[in-house]
Design a protein around this ligand. Structure first.
Ligand code: GAP
Length: 444
């Protein structure tokens, strides 16, 4: 048997649409650029991605959760540097009206030419702020401007003392959050890799200055272990160390994943020093110092940040899991089994119930069995087409187990459980089925 990995993003885009993972936003109106909707399977899987990250973070005794508002006081973005510095340089072509980024467009960088029509009739470079602006309240004047947050992290900084004091946490401790962020990206693209509306999963770990380098190294390791636990192939990950650092950063690395378009950032891990808390302390006039009770001293903690896009991780899981198993018969005819080898915690459904026949005799008890399993798991149910075709449908969406309800079941109250990867089969009593699936998922 030959195994073919994913060759291009378009294969995944079409599988996503056909099977209900991801749809183009507002498709019936021609779509809205770089916005995507998660369908029946995608919404289940995205919840699983978030749950995996959330549990990895908040089931530790030293990290608490936060769910901050998207709209924040406008001064937050002044203090964070986003109002003045969160921008890309843009150039307009006066002939074909294309607008492009000046800092990463080859034809412009090398020849001062438009990448679309080759014209040299170009505007000056202008800085374009990536934050989406809106107005709060009935008046659309400068005093009512608010921004859609471009990152979740600022909610952690402004709530640092609220979280620390209400949870009586001692440093080192972290704040974790999952939420929507918005960036008016100039060059979104590559499906859900870079979009204008996306979800981030960020954690800020507050530490005593001087211990920051140690915790930075620890978090690098912890995050790599997370990817390994969820089955991301080692050869598809690499750590890129930033040589040029932002003025406030002490250290920064990107965890990169080998997407079909090449290695690209999946997660950023940064040592942000005390920059953010100091900025908010200065702009708000409120102390954000931590009081270290045993040592009777006050200080502004340093922050180690881990920040990963939920949509980007979703895409990495899909890319990594996709495989085509190709067998060729004696006449040279190829048979291709498409498998989404997702980790069972990430897979949309854990188990599918497939009655061998559509007739009431089997379908009525099979639906009852579906309900029994649904008490513990997300369950698919499918009674149309041959059993072989139905197995393939589940393989393609990553369902770890299929349960076949056949005519023997009526007599022996047992079902056949089929394993997605090995395609092995076992006969299991219905009364033991939930326990069996629970254990099998754990030991997958
Ligand atoms: N608070 C730090 C921060 O926001 P970032 O590197 O700009 O850092 C963190 O973003 C992660 O968020 C990225 O590694 C990426 O996974 C995700 N992300 C950023 N911009 C994105 C976009 N336009 N579309 C999808 N995901 C994005």
């Amino acid at each position: 048997m030959q195994i073919r990995p994913l060759k291009d993003l378009s294969t995944l885009v079409s599988l996503s649409k056909r099977r209900g993972f991801v749809f183009q936003s507002s498709e019936i109106y021609g779509g809205l650029g770089s916005c995507w909707d998660y369908g029946p399977l995608g919404s289940l899987m995205k919840l699983n991605v978030k749950r995996a990250w959330w549990n990895a973070m908040t089931r530790r005794s030293d990290i608490v959760g936060l769910d901050a508002a998207i709209l924040m006081h406008p001064t937050v973005w002044k203090a964070s540097g986003h109002v003045d510095g969160f921008s890309d340089p843009l150039v307009d072509c006066k002939d074909c009206k294309t607008r492009f980024r000046a800092d990463n467009t080859d034809s412009y960088l090398h020849h001062k030419k438009c990448p679309n029509c080759g014209s040299k009739n170009l505007s000056e470079e202008r800085n374009f702020n990536l934050m989406f602006k809106t107005h709060m309240g009935p008046l659309e004047d400068t005093g009512s401007v608010v921004y859609l947050r471009p990152e979740t992290a600022q909610g952690h900084f402004v709530n640092f003392l609220n979280c620390q004091q209400s949870s009586r946490s001692k440093i080192p401790f972290g704040i974790a959050a999952i939420g929507k962020s918005f960036r008016n990206e100039i060059t979104p693209g590559n499906f859900i890799f870079r979009t204008r509306e996306f979800e981030q999963m960020e954690m800020q770990y507050f530490v005593e200055p001087g211990t920051d380098a140690k915790y930075f190294e620890e978090w690098k390791e912890t995050r790599l272990q997370f990817y390994s636990k969820y089955g991301i192939k080692k050869e598809n990950l690499k750590v890129h160390v930033h040589e040029k650092l932002a003025h406030y950063a002490r250290a920064a690395v990107d965890v990169e994943y080998k997407f079909p378009m090449g290695f690209s950032e999946l997660e950023g891990i940064h040592n942000r020093s005390d920059f953010d808390l100091t900025q908010h302390q200065t702009h708000s006039g409120k102390s954000l110092e931590y009081f270290d009770e045993p040592n009777k001293k006050k200080f502004i903690p340093y922050v180690i940040e881990t920040a990963v896009g939920c949509d980007r991780l979703f895409l990495a899981f899909m890319c990594d899991a996709y495989r085509e198993e190709v067998t060729t018969d004696e006449k040279g005819v190829e048979d291709v089994r498409v498998v989404l080898g997702l980790h069972p915690e990430i897979a949309p459904y854990k188990v599918a119930v497939l009655p061998l026949s559509k007739k009431d005799e089997l379908s009525i008890p099979a639906e009852k069995l579906r309900d029994q399993l649904a008490e513990d798991f997300d369950v698919a149910y499918d009674e149309s087409a041959s059993i072989g075709k139905r197995y393939r449908r589940q393989d393609e969406i990553g369902t770890p187990f299929c349960v076949t309800y056949d005519f023997d079941t009526l007599n022996d109250q047992s079902v056949t459980v089929r394993h997605r990867d090995k395609m092995s089969q076992e006969r299991i009593a219905i009364k033991d089925l939930n326990d069996y699936i629970r254990k099998a998922l754990k030991n997958f």
